[in-house]
Design a protein around this ligand. Structure first.
Ligand code: SAH
Ligand code: SF4
Ligand code: F3S
Length: 455
């Protein structure tokens, strides 16, 4: 029987969907990309912004027609929105069969087996409790058989304890828990044995790994996360390690030294800043100031030459003035971010900041959003042009999806490089290429300079 799974939201959700796909495959299910081909349809949802919820609700609503055509199909809503809304979803979407929250995701295979076998007896199911087993129960993987598994991701923590005032995640993902380091390393070993070369470690605050959910940052000489990175780098076959996202204040000297000393740890750090205004940072319950954030960035820049930064920013937080926004813009320039996800503030019911008026007009949010995107494009073009003539090390991924005549790969600094296929070079190999051209999005190696750059 075929299943279809659609994922909304962050990389944690992508990873959960992958694990669930692997678990279903082990039970004899086959994944399909076509909705009308599936007996089971799963929607793994996100609640972080209103738009994310609306998008999923619209799509699932649309599935009504499939259900009308075939009563036997099973439709499930899982993940963060399932956790947040629970049985409200049955009212909004009367054609769905189950709701499964983030705390019991590992129970999906049993749940669908029951719904298939007891069709006519059990019509609907809802599981939105929290079970500790979800931590160990979600380690399965599932690779697309047509593409070599160059990249793999591993969740190292679940949940979040930080309660940033705007954020729904702690409410829908529960308290922060870290997996045992041995389990993480074993999972990385299994991926490496399948040919995975680059590992992405995932968590809402990865740098708090192994700290038992404490809110105070560790002493300078402590970082269980750094110890995990060292062990991961030692796994045979692993060439690169990335992680997302670390909360800024957890960058102890121990962690900075580890990144500096281990070249397999990628020179691209995603360090969510949210705002450059101290007043707004305080209202967001982010435990740093613009100056202390910059201090972490500068320590990393000094310790790790060539390091690049990306970030998350929210524009239009309640009370954000033009002056606050200007501070964000200035901070972004000062750090020199190569990439950033810019979000327009979206009030989430139940969070602290939702109690305040969503005071910034949509047109101001949009204008601020666009200004930051324009700054970013100009800055990354500048950075990328500076790479012309330089030789960079690229992890080859394989043929590019849009133009299979050319290959793509990534630098340690997370920049995409397009190049002409090289005889003897396979996906997962490391190649050194000279950059001939650049746009704000990508780099082009000298060996494809005769091909058009309409990528
Ligand atoms: N744990 C990560 C972030 C996870 S959510 C971290 O703290 O770094 C991803 C991003 O969504 C956040 O960094 C934030 O920029 C954005 N976000 C979260 N809640 C939001 C809201 N209510 N409105 C707009 N953006 C939001
Ligand atoms: Fe949300 Fe803050 Fe936790 Fe990130 S650290 S998931 S922004 S509460
Ligand atoms: Fe969204 Fe849940 Fe991730 S709310 S951002 S999918 S943790």
């Amino acid at each position: 029987m075929n299943f279809y799974i659609k994922t909304y939201g962050c990389q944690m959700n992508e990873r959960d969907s992958e694990a669930l796909s692997g678990m279903l495959a082990a039970r004899g299910w086959t994944r399909t990309e076509r909705e009308d081909d599936a007996r089971l349809l799963i929607f793994n949802t996100c609640s972080v912004r209103d738009q994310a919820e609306r998008k999923a609700l619209g799509k699932i609503m649309h599935m009504k027609k499939l259900k009308r055509r075939n009563e036997d199909i099973i439709i499930g809503v899982i993940g963060c929105m399932a956790q947040r809304m629970g049985d409200e979803l049955f009212t909004e979407l009367p054609h769905i069969d189950f709701v499964l929250g983030t705390g019991q995701l590992h129970e999906l295979p049993d749940l669908v087996a029951q719904l298939v076998e007891e069709r006519g007896v059990v019509h609907r199911a809802m599981l939105t409790g929290y079970s500790d087993d979800v931590l160990s129960g979600m380690s399965a993987h599932c690779f697309d058989e047509n593409t070599p598994p160059v990249f793999g991701s591993v969740a190292i923590t679940r949940g979040c304890n930080r309660f940033c005032s705007y954020c729904i995640v702690p409410y829908v993902r529960g308290r922060e828990i870290s997996r045992p380091a041995d389990d993480v390393i074993a999972e990385i070993g299994q991926l490496a044995a399948r040919g995975v070369r680059e590992i992405l470690l995932l968590g809402q605050n990865v740098a708090a790994f192994g700290l038992n959910g404490v809110l105070t940052p560790p002493p300078e000489d402590v970082s269980p996360f750094a110890e995990l990175l060292e062990r991961a780098a030692g796994v045979e076959g692993i060439a690169r390690i990335r992680f997302t996202s670390p909360y800024p204040t957890y960058f102890s000297q121990r962690l900075i030294d580890t990144i500096a000393a281990e070249p397999k740890i990628c020179r691209a750090i995603h360090l969510p800043v949210q705002s450059g205004s101290d007043r707004i940072l305080k209202a967001m319950n982010r435990q740093y100031t613009a100056v202390s954030y910059l201090e972490i960035v500068n320590r990393l820049k000094r310790a790790v030459p060539g390091i690049c930064f990306s970030t998350d920013v929210i524009v239009g937080f309640p009370g954000e003035t033009e002056e606050d926004f200007a501070a964000t813009r200035a901070l972004m320039e000062e750090v020199g971010f190569d990439n950033a996800f810019i979000f327009k503030y979206s009030p989430r019911r139940g969070t602290v900041s939702a109690k305040h008026e969503d005071s910034v007009a949509m047109e101001d949010k949009e204008r601020r959003n666009q200004l930051l995107l324009d700054d970013l494009a100009a800055r990354s073009l500048r950075h990328n042009l500076a790479l012309i003539g330089r030789r960079v090390e690229v992890l080859a991924e394989g043929p590019s999806a849009r133009n299979p005549q050319r290959w793509c790969g990534k630098t340690s600094t997370a920049k995409t490089v397009f190049f002409a296929p090289i005889p003897g070079v396979n996906p997962g190999d490391m190649v050194t290429l000279e950059i001939a051209r650049a746009t704000h999005m990508s780099l082009f190696a000298g060996n494809i300079s005769d091909l058009p750059d309409n990528e």
